[in-house]
Design a protein around this ligand. Structure first.
Ligand code: ATR
Length: 282
């Protein structure tokens, strides 16, 4: 089998996904190519999808701004993607396009691979900051993985409450304003920044001031441009353990590769390589 894979989105010229997937092909001795399929807003998305279907790609990733727009072109969606209302991975199964979302699972895999003991400690308290699409995916995957205490802080309380509706069983979720969260940071073992605040060109910004942290707190940011966000800098100054945003990118790609090929590629060494690549771009 020679896999023909790709990425649709706009703009994607600087995407690191081709590099990651070509690495996975090599690591798993799998034959295949992964190419960028940039679709600008000047062309008809429907026509592009018809063309892509005719091409018979084995699968592709979907990024901004098409994660929702792709849905009407799918034949099926997995549960995760349905809950997210967004798709980042499509597999072609005998001409049928099946949509998945590996963003949340990718995040949780990245966290667990770096901090494997977190889940064993049932009392681990996590705080999600933000309540957009990324937070929704991460919340859902955290509770599916078995985390029992996941609070959500957001500027708009209603959006956080919508995410809390995904809650099931014995999971505890408190909703907080950003000010309340600021006062209670000492309660949390893991603080996860899920908004785009702090992303280039606003790298001097942080959605919260990381002070008064619990000993051994993990500060996690999903932003990876810059690699060392203001949020992570503050975490480091407070002696927190850091969890970087590029690792989510790596593990969502691993989960996608697994969906396409049935093989789970090793990510050994790639965390550092990716870090160096991103540093080179800064
Ligand atoms: P994504 O889908 O990538 O997660 P999004 O849906 O635009 O992005 O979500 C953005 C999140 O960042 C939201 O939680 C948003 O807060 P609101 O729900 O109050 O809009 C949060 N956010 C963005 N800019 C912010 C800012 N300047 N201050 C506080 N929160 C901000």
């Amino acid at each position: 089998m020679n896999y023909s894979l790709g990425l649709i989105g706009y703009p994607i010229q600087h995407s690191l996904s081709p590099w990651i997937h070509e690495r996975f092909f090599k690591k798993t001795s799998t034959a295949g190519t992964y190419r960028l399929i940039e679709i600008s807003s000047n062309v008809s998305f429907t026509e592009e999808m018809t063309r892509l279907k005719a091409e018979g790609l084995n699968g592709f990733n979907v990024t901004v701004p098409y994660k929702e727009k792709i849905i009407p072109f799918l034949d099926k969606m997995d549960e995760n993607a349905k809950v997210m209302g967004a798709v980042n991975t499509v597999v072609n199964e005998n001409g049928q396009w099946i949509g998945y979302n590996t963003d949340g699972t990718g995040y949780v895999r990245s966290l667990q691979s770096k901090y494997p003991k977190l889940l064993k400690e049932k009392k681990t308290r996590l705080l999600l900051i933000g309540a957009g699409g990324a937070a929704r995916g991460i919340y859902y995957s955290l509770i599916k993985a078995g985390f029992q205490n996941v609070d959500i802080a957001n500027r708009t309380i209603k959006s956080a409450e919508n995410i809390k509706n995904l809650k099931e069983g014995t999971i505890h979720t408190n909703i907080l304003s950003l000010d309340e969260a600021q006062q209670q940071l000492h309660l949390y073992d893991v603080i996860i920044q899920t908004t785009s605040v702090g992303m280039k060109p606003n790298q001097h910004m942080s959605i919260i001031q990381l002070t008064n942290l619990k000993t051994d707190c993990i500060a996690s940011d999903i932003v990876y441009q810059p690699l060392q966000t203001e949020f992570l800098k503050q975490g480091e100054a407070q002696r927190a353990h850091l969890h970087y945003g590029h690792t989510m990118l790596l593990y969502q790609a691993q989960a996608a590769f697994e969906i396409w090929t049935g093989i789970k590629p090793s990510t050994d060494g790639m965390d550092l390589e990716l870090m160096n690549k991103l540093r080179g771009n800064e």
